[in-house]
Design a protein around this ligand. Sequence first.
Ligand code: NI
Length: 156
Amino acid sequence: MTDHNGQRVSEKDFAGSYKLIYFGFTYCPAICPTELQKITRVMKALPEEAAAKIQPLFITVDPERDTVPVMKDYVSLFDPRLIGLTGSRDDIDRTLDAYRIFATKVQEEGAEDYTMDHSSFIYLMSPDDRLISIYRIQDDAEMMRADILKILGVDS
Ligand code: NI
């Protein structure tokens, strides 16, 4: 995949870090920005010692529109540590399959642009890429922060 600065990246680039991963798309009107704001709040609320161990990632489910420059603009709205990832349709589809993410284009009648129906979970992965936690829309930043501190063994 390609990050929001146009660098090719693979899992190896994030080896050794915990990862908070969210899948969505930049044109999403509501849920995606809310969830990325939540990740931003969690990163800011964590003690530096804990935040330093976590790499937040936003992976687009809509690579046709979410090009590198679009991703760069968009991630600048959130935590400065957030990395946006895009790629070819095949790259993205392989990743979506690996995480069992559902995402499909929806063309509403009369609308000029399509939208995407997609799953909305935040995944916490271990440094060796095991799934540790899945956070849902109803899980708030405080719950996530407490859970992450417990997992990392860091006192708040
Ligand atoms: Ni969305």
